[in-house]
Design a protein around this ligand. Structure first.
Ligand SMILES: C[S@@+](CC[C@H](N)C(=O)[O-])C[C@H]1O[C@@H](n2cnc3c(N)ncnc32)[C@H](O)[C@@H]1O
Length: 244
């Protein structure tokens, strides 16, 4: 009599052998073409070829979130997205930097230190691709929450599957990659369970293209728009501060 665990192993081995012979494309018949290399096609996210894949998703999210980009709007590092997606609905545009000295900064606050952040000032905060550079994300989310007026909205994006940003790694540290589960839970801890909506973008085609720095102009947008929840390239979130 064969013990049960040996029988299960035997069945698993048979199943794998059959799978290997019937898979398409067959083992040894994959054509990696231009991607058969150990360094990326672009080491610059694809900016040297066109629009990077993560920017396509970020801009798609902000375009759909235009209604929130109104009144007093704060953006991290620059105000390109405020100007592009907010337009006339923005009454005042502010730019946050973590250290004094930047000529365009109108707010100087270190997101990892909530005591340096102003209170109840903004109707909307656009915080794109920043949280992964801050080791302690909980105080950073508290800072963003603190700066919003009651009823104000945070528009946040964070990376999922992505390369390390060497420039940011050398300057601040590049600490985190997120999943929809981790960013949703972190936001809910600060903003409360209601009022947080997380959307994921990506699939294996988008992830591979993004890791190689291929640009949207050379990719199929229909394929980029397909979501495979096991291959999240970018997470975008809307979080509303409770109105008093
Ligand atoms: C990759 S940029 C992202 C923002 C930019 N608007 C964008 O979409 O590309 C990251 C910015 O986060 C800023 N940053 C990093 N750590 C910070 C902190 N603790 N407080 C405030 N800003 C921080 C950096 O100075 C940098 O300007």
């Amino acid at each position: 009599m064969i013990p049960e665990h040996r029988f299960k192993d035997f069945l698993r081995d048979i199943r794998r052998k059959v799978q290997r012979r019937t898979r398409f494309p067959g083992v040894g018949h994959i054509n990696l073409g231009s991607l058969d290399r150990v360094t990326p096609v672009s080491g610059n996210w694809g900016f040297d070829r066109g629009q990077p894949v993560d920017r396509y998703y970020i801009e798609n999210f902000l375009d759909r979130s235009r209604d929130h980009i109104a009144g007093r709007v704060l953006e991290v590092a620059d105000n390109a997205y405020t100007c592009r997606f907010g337009k006339q609905a923005v009454t005042r545009s502010d730019i946050l930097h973590d250290a004094p000295g930047h000529p365009r900064a109108t707010v100087v606050a270190d997101l990892s230190a909530p005591e340096t952040a102003p209170t109840n000032e903004f109707d909307c905060i656009i915080c794109t691709q920043t949280l992964q550079l801050i080791y302690d994300i909980s105080p950073a989310l508290q800072s963003l929450h603190k700066m919003l007026k009651p009823g104000g909205t945070l528009l946040l994006t964070v990376p999922g599957i992505t390369a390390i940003s060497r420039e940011d790694m050398n300057r601040h540290g590049d600490f985190w990659r997120f999943t929809s589960a981790s960013i949703e839970r972190a936001l809910q801890d600060t903003f409360g369970a209601d009022g947080v909506v997380v959307k994921a973008f990506g699939n294996v085609y988008a992830a591979t293209a993004f890791l190689h720095g291929l640009a949207v102009e050379e990719l199929d947008r229909n394929k980029l728009d397909f979501l495979d929840p096991d291959y999240e390239v970018l997470l975008a979130a809307t979080a509303r501060k409770r109105a008093r």
